[in-house]
Design a protein around this ligand. Structure first.
Ligand SMILES: NC(=O)c1ccc[n+]([C@@H]2O[C@H](COP(=O)([O-])OP(=O)(O)OC[C@H]3O[C@@H](n4cnc5c(N)ncnc54)[C@H](OP(=O)(O)O)[C@@H]3O)[C@@H](O)[C@H]2O)c1
Length: 252
């Protein structure tokens, strides 16, 4: 039987799980691509390639050279540029292509959400009064916080924030999800947090902070997702596995 080659654009829990499921089949070779943002990527069950492709043209070249049969965009819902590039490269090469993206969180009873269009907008929406803010953004996204130095920040990230923020009162917690509800409740209550600043990432791994905020009546300034391309998208790993098999069956 001919081997099929699958390229997964990753950086998410879903990408790792999907890679595991697909590579368990003997006739499927999976390569998982990471941007290289996390210093120490862990627990991947397939070969990794790390770093940008050099734009959509570079990705198209990679697909052609490696004779990729199926491209799966399993990047984070906020990785809008990579998703755009993936759609363009798929168009250019004609490779089989789809995306997997978990649904956004929906506001429910008791949530005190203020939605924002960007990090800068979110920081503006923290307001003029001094507040204690729990920040769960990536280290590349924090620059706008320096524009609101009157707040107290507790920033949680996977990698260290270096250099630190240019604000007088910021503390840093280094941790990798998933986070348990009890843990989040203790953190929000113990630190007397007034407001959580987060992205609407969706999924279970980081949802506990939203539940804890709801329970404690804490406000959440939540950054909306960027628009995605109009490509076929499934929401779960399970659906991604079956669509991948379907698409590979149609490849000669
Ligand atoms: N944004 C988030 O909130 C977030 C959260 C968790 C995980 N992640 C993961 O972190 C990575 C970077 O996210 P981002 O928001 O910075 O992306 P982005 O803004 O959409 O992408 C910027 C550039 O990084 C490179 N890149 C991104 N994802 C890549 C991948 N999987 N493999 C190879 N190159 C990649 C591409 O460079 P070239 O143009 O040179 O190809 C892309 O143009 C993604 O893999 C994403 O899944 C992001």
């Amino acid at each position: 039987m001919m081997n099929h080659r699958v390229l997964i654009l990753g950086g998410t829990t879903e990408s790792r799980e999907l890679a595991g499921h697909l590579s368990a089949k003997r006739n499927i070779e999976v390569v998982l691509s990471l941007a290289g943002r996390t210093r120490d990527p862990i627990g991947y069950p397939v070969p990794l390639r790390i770093g940008g492709f050099g734009g959509p043209g570079g990705l198209a070249e990679y697909i052609d050279e490696r004779k990729i049969d199926l491209l799966i965009d399993a990047t984070h819902p906020f990785a809008a540029q990579m998703s755009r590039h993936a759609a363009l490269a798929a168009l250019e090469t004609g490779v089989e292509f789809f995306a997997v993206s978990r649904p956004a969180w929906r506001q429910t009873e008791g949530d005190r959400w203020i939605e924002a269009g960007s990090v800068a907008d979110a920081v503006y929406k923290l307001g003029a009064n001094t507040r204690r803010v729990f920040v769960t953004l990536g280290r590349q996204e924090l620059a706008p916080l320096s524009g609101a130095p009157h707040h107290s920040y507790i920033v949680r990230s996977v990698d260290p924030i270096d250099p630190p923020l240019a604000v007088p009162d910021a503390r840093y917690i280094q941790a990798r999800g998933p986070f348990a509800l009890a843990e989040e409740r203790t953190l929000l209550a113990g630190e007397k947090i007034d407001v959580v600043l987060a992205k609407n990432s969706g999924g279970a791994a980081t949802y506990a902070k939203i539940v804890a905020a709801r329970e404690l009546g804490v406000e959440v300034v939540l950054i909306r997702r960027p628009e995605r391309q109009d490509v076929e998208t499934v929401e779960t790993v399970r659906d991604a596995v079956s669509l991948a098999h379907q698409r590979l069956a149609s490849v000669a």
